[in-house]
Design a protein around this ligand. Structure first.
Ligand SMILES: [Zn+2]
Length: 500
C-alpha cells in the first residue's frame, strides 16, 4: 500500500500514522463497502471494522491491483481523517516505555498499599512492577510522576448502556434512531473512561450500534473503555425487552424479541453473527417498560436453557435482566452467567446462584439517583418506587449470604460517568467492606467478563489499564468519584485531573 501511494507521489510519512491510517487503508477494500452502516457515518473517524479486524495484515497488503482506481477516493478520505485526527486517540508506540512513578500502589487482591513503586508500561501492557529505587529509566523512557497519588487498576462496569441517555420520555424513546444512539455512544464512552472505568460490558443496544462503537474504540477513533457488547437484548413479545409504547396499528417490535425455542436459538445466532460478545436477555419484567410486572417471569426455564446452550457452545456468556425471584432462580438454573438487578431475590434463588456460581450485578445507585432526580412517566415511576423499596434489603441479604457480586450500574438510567457511586452504596448503605467492594469492580468483574488474564489487577502481562486517586480508596471509596489519572491500554487519557 505504501509503495503504491509513493508511486502516486504521496508521502506516506506525512499522513497520520496509527489507527487513522489503517482505517483509510481498510476503506480501500471491497469489505468496507459491504460493512458500512448508517451509524458509521457519524464522522470520518466512526467506521465499522468488526469483520475487517479478522483480516490479516498480509491480506490487506496484498490488495489486488484491480482495486487501484479506488485509491483516489481513499486518499481524499485519508486527508479527512488526518484533519480530524486531533480528537483521535493515539496507540502506544511500539518499543516505547512509560514509567509510572506511583506514590502508593494498591493491591486490590489483598488491600496492601506499597509506597514508591514503578509500573513499567510497554505498548498496551504492563511490563513489570517494582520498587522505584530499583527501576531506573532508560534513554527514551517517558516518566509519569504520580508521587502524591494512590494507583490502582482501571475499574470495570459490567452493566452499561453507553448508547442511551437518561431520558425516558416516551416520545424521546419512540423517536430515537441508530445514528442518535451512535452519537450518544461516542460521548458516553469518553465520559465513562474519564471516570476511571477502563472496561465495560454493554448489555443492550439497538441496531448493533454498540458493535460499531466497540470497534471504533478498538481502532483508536473514539476514546472509550474496552467494551464487550451484546447487541439487542432478547426478550418475549410484550416483555421488558420489547417496545410496548405504541398501539397495535404501529406494529412496533423490538429487535431482540424472540418467543419459543426455535426463535431464541435463531436470535442468539443472529446476534453473534453481527458481532455480539455476550448475550443479554430479559428473564423477568422490568421497571422502565410499559405494561409489565418486574416480579413476573418472562422467559421460561426451557427457553433460557436453549439460549444458554447455544451461547455457551458458541463461546458467549449470558447476562439476564431479572427482578422477580422465580426468574432469578430459573435463569441461574439454566446456567446463565449473571443476574442483573436481582431486586426480589429470595433464599431459594440465592441457593441456586451459589450452587451454580452465578454472579449478581445489583445496579442499586440508579434507584437513589432516579428517586432524587428522575422525571419518569407515571407508569415507570410507580414501579421504580415499588422496586426501590425492597431491592436494597434483598440485595444486602444476598451479599451477606455469599453470592458472588460484580459491579454493574445500568449507566444511562442515571448520567454516565457517575459509575463509581455504585461503590458508595455497597459500602455506606449495604455494609460491604471497602476492599470487597473494590474487588467487585476489578477482580470479580474481570472474571465475569472472561478478562482475568488482561484486566482486574495490575500485573506484568496485563493491559496497562491504570487509574490514580488522591487517597487510599479503602479509607473512603467515594474518592473513586474523582479520578485524577487514567491510562487505558498504555495510552494516557487523563492526567492531573485534566482530560487529554
Ligand atoms: Zn440495563
Amino acid at each position: 500500500m505504501a509503495r503504491r501511494l509513493a508511486a502516486l507521489g504521496i508521502n506516506v510519512r506525512s499522513l497520520k500514522s496509527g489507527p487513522a491510517w489503517r482505517q483509510a487503508q481498510i476503506r480501500c477494500t471491497p469489505n468496507y463497502m459491504v460493512t458500512n452502516t448508517p451509524s458509521n457515518w457519524l464522522d470520518a473517524r466512526k467506521r465499522a471494522f468488526a469483520k475487517l479486524r479478522s483480516q490479516s495484515v498480509t491480506e490487506k497488503a496484498n490488495m489486488p491491483l484491480k482495486f487501484k482506481p479506488a485509491l483516489c477516493s481513499c486518499i481524499t478520505l485519508m486527508a479527512l481523517v488526518a484533519s480530524t485526527a486531533a480528537h483521535a486517540q493515539q496507540e502506544p508506540k511500539a518499543g516505547k516505555r512509560t514509567l509510572i512513578r506511583a506514590g502508593h500502589l494498591l493491591d486490590v487482591k489483598t488491600g496492601k498499599l506499597s509506597d514508591a513503586q514503578t509500573i513499567v508500561v510497554s505498548g498496551d501492557s504492563i511490563q513489570s512492577i517494582g520498587p522505584s529505587s530499583s527501576t531506573s529509566p532508560q534513554p527514551g523512557d517517558e516518566l509519569i510522576d504520580l508521587g502524591n497519588l494512590t494507583v490502582l487498576p482501571g475499574l470495570i462496569d459490567v452493566h452499561t448502556h453507553l448508547t442511551m441517555n437518561t431520558d425516558f420520555d416516551p416520545f424521546h424513546e419512540v423517536t430515537s434512531t441508530n445514528a442518535k444512539e451512535a452519537i450518544n455512544g461516542v460521548v458516553n464512552a469518553r465520559k465513562t473512561l474519564m471516570a476511571g472505568f477502563t472496561s465495560v460490558r454493554n448489555v443492550g443496544a439497538s441496531g448493533f450500534v454498540d458493535v460499531d462503537l466497540r470497534d471504533a474504540i478498538d481502532s483508536g477513533q473514539v476514546a472509550g473503555p474496552h467494551m464487550l457488547v451484546s447487541g439487542p437484548a432478547l426478550g418475549i413479545t410484550g416483555g421488558h425487552c420489547d417496545d410496548n409504547l405504541l398501539p397495535f396499528q404501529y406494529h412496533q417490535v423490538s429487535e431482540g424479541v424472540a418467543d419459543g425455542i426455535a426463535q431464541v436459538q435463531h436470535k442468539v445466532r443472529e446476534n453473534i453473527k453481527y458481532g455480539a460478545d455476550v448475550i443479554k436477555i430479559c428473564a423477568t419484567g422490568g421497571v422502565l417498560s410499559k405494561g409489565d410486572d418486574p416480579q413476573a417471569s418472562q422467559y421460561t426455564l426451557e427457553e433460557m436453557q436453549a439460549i444458554v446452550a447455544d451461547a455457551h457452545r458458541l463461546g458467549r456468556k449470558v447476562a439476564a435482566h431479572a427482578h422477580g425471584a422465580q426468574g432469578i432462580l430459573w435463569a441461574s438454573e439454566a446456567g446463565i452467567d449473571s443476574i442483573e438487578h436481582g431486586s426480589y431475590i429470595d433464599d431459594a434463588a440465592i441457593a441456586m446462584m451459589k450452587k451454580h456460581g452465578t454472579y449478581l450485578v445489583p445496579t442499586v445507585y440508579l434507584e437513589d439517583w432516579q428517586i432524587e432526580n428522575g422525571h419518569l412517566p407515571a407508569f415507570y415511576h410507580q414501579k421504580m418506587v415499588d422496586v426501590s423499596s425492597v431491592a436494597k434489603k434483598n440485595i444486602k441479604h444476598a451479599m451477606e449470604s455469599g453470592v458472588k457480586i460484580a459491579l454493574g450500574t445500568d449507566a444511562a438510567v442515571y448520567p454516565h460517568g457517575l459509575n463509581a457511586h455504585e461503590l458508595d452504596v455497597y459500602v455506606n448503605q449495604l455494609g460491604m467492606a471497602p476492599l470487597t467492594a473494590l474487588q467487585t469492580a476489578t477482580i470479580n468483574a474481570a472474571d465475569l467478563l472472561g478478562l482475568s488474564s488482561k484486566a482486574g489487577t495490575l500485573e506484568a502481562g496485563k493491559w496497562a489499564d491504570i487509574i490514580a486517586v488522591d487517597k487510599n480508596p479503602l479509607d473512603d471509596v467515594r474518592i473513586l468519584q474523582n479520578v485524577k489519572f487514567v491510562m487505558k491500554a498504555g495510552v494516557i487519557y487523563k492526567q492531573n485531573g485534566n482530560e487529554k
